[in-house]
Design a protein around this ligand. Structure first.
Ligand code: ATP
Ligand code: MG
Ligand code: MG
Ligand code: MG
Length: 439
């Protein structure tokens, strides 16, 4: 992409309404625009990162054997009357009436709808196990939408639902989700710690939240510092292997890590004092096993091996896709701007032309731009007629992992400068070497 033809309305001033750094940087980098409280347009740069996050989620869901689909944002109220949640859900649910006076709602989650789909089509235990998921916009009329996309009213969520014959099978699905989430967050450059949590309105006894430690997080968390040493890394997982998934769950949940809702001071005090941590975290996902809570009232049953009909065991598993942008920025920035982890960066590298209009500098930039694209990379070429300082400030603000600086002085010796956004270190290389480094 050429910056001169892009749409990236960078702000020079700090927006007054932003209380935390991720919100401020997303506005300053021209990634989002607020349209109403907690409702945002995703401008091109923000949309690009959102799509990259979605892509990682899709890839990891596929790896775990889960099946993608798409349900609508609007749902009939009658489904929620069946489960009893239409009245229970409360003020967070946005209720809508259509011209025929039928009650609808903008879905805050999809347990009812997926259960309805399941009961209409699946009859036998032979069709299990099954996990369906989608990535779709949700609406929750949050009492205090704030911190930009971190607590929106309209927000993008991956929500997946498992259907199993037995509790044991459903707990394997739970473990499988925990493992796949560990991989998912690590690919985004995040450490998200599974912590024992509370079921809330989704219900259920087995539930973990995934928390990214950050001072601006809204959750209070208590944990054993040893848990932060655990890395999932590039281990190979067979998601059908019950014992292997169970072992990962045990490894990652064997140390004390809880949100304030389930915190137990007596247990916490058994940890050596120097390892006890009380901190704040951002909830970027949650997994639940809730058994037959929805399948029973809604009649989602299958015929088991003995010919008897039984309600299926279910769980639901969510990732806060749009919230993740905020969480990643909270975890990865400096005083100049965002520092995107490679896995989610909107562009792989930025090309800064120090002397726009100079034939040889322009030519070298064009050649670099073409070569990076030919290598399958996605560069952003700052071809605007701007001062070098302004171009550098923009690149630092939008946080691409690499910057290639091209100027007449360097080119005289066939050199460009390759700079790492994270370390700030620069090396002088020939244009060909710079491309090879980025491949
Ligand atoms: P919170 O405690 O922050 O209100 P939640 O527990 O109500 O979140 P879940 O029902 O567990 O949310 O939804 C799954 C994920 O969706 C959450 O872990 C979070 O990452 C994300 N999420 C929930 N509410 C919002 C919101 N208002 N804005 C952005 N993301 C959200
Ligand atoms: Mg909530
Ligand atoms: Mg929560
Ligand atoms: Mg939650």
């Amino acid at each position: 992409m050429r910056l001169s033809r892009y749409f990236m309305p960078v702000l020079k001033e700090d927006p007054k309404e932003a209380q935390i750094v991720s919100h401020r940087l997303m506005l300053r980098a021209g990634m989002i625009k607020q349209q109403a409280a907690g409702i945002y347009s995703w401008l091109p740069l923000g949309f690009k990162v959102l799509r990259r996050i979605e892509q990682i989620v899709h890839e990891e869901q596929a790896r775990a054997g889960h099946v993608a689909m798409l349900m609508p944002t609007l749902q009939p109220a009658d489904l929620w009357r069946e489960s009893g949640r239409y009245d229970d859900y409360g003020e967070e649910m946005l209720r809508i009436r259509d011209r025929h006076k039928r009650d609808l709602l903008y879905g805050p989650t999809n347990e009812e709808m997926i259960t309805d789909i399941f009961r209409g089509h699946v009859n036998s235990y032979k069709d299990l196990p099954l996990t369906l998921y989608h990535i779709q916009w949700k609406f929750r009329d949050e009492i205090r939408p704030r911190f930009g996309v971190m607590r929106g009213r309209e927000f993008l969520m991956k929500d997946g639902y498992n259907f199993d014959l037995t509790k044991e099978d459903a707990l394997h699905a739970y473990n499988r989700h925990l493992v796949s989430y560990l991989r998912t967050y690590e690919r985004m450059g995040l450490q998200a710690i599974p912590m024992r949590a509370d079921g809330g309105p989704i219900g259920g006894d087995y539930t973990h939240e995934f928390l990214v430690l950050a001072e601006t997080g809204e959750s209070e968390v208590f944990y054993d510092s040893q848990i932060t040493d655990l890395k999932f890394g590039d281990r190979q997982i067979d998601y059908d292997d019950v014992a292997q998934c169970q072992a990962v769950l045990e490894e990652f949940t064997s140390r004390y890590a809880r949100t304030d809702e389930t915190h137990d001071a007596t247990l916490f005090e058994q940890i050596p004092e120097e390892r006890r941590r009380q901190a704040r975290g951002i909830e970027v996902g949650q997994i639940f096993y809730f058994g037959t809570k929805y399948s029973e009232p809604m009649g989602a049953t299958v015929v088991g091996p003995d010919g008897q009909r039984v309600p299926v065991h279910m769980g639901s598993h969510g990732i806060g896709v749009s919230r993740l942008l905020g969480a990643i920025i909270e975890a990865s920035h400096d005083d100049k701007g965002i520092i995107w982890p490679e896995g989610v960066t909107p562009f792989h590298a930025g090309i800064v032309n120090l002397k726009q209009g100079d034939a040889s500098t322009d030519g070298a930039c064009e050649a670099l731009y073409a070569e990076l694209k030919a290598q399958g990379l996605d560069p952003l070429y700052d071809d605007r007629d701007e001062r070098a300082g302004a171009k550098f400030a923009t690149m630092d603000l939008i946080g691409l992992p690499w910057r290639i600086t091209v100027g007449p002085r360097g080119l005289a010796a066939n050199k460009v400068e390759l700079t790492s956004r994270r370390s700030g270190e620069s090396v002088e290389l020939s244009p060909q070497e710079a491309v090879a480094r980025l491949k």
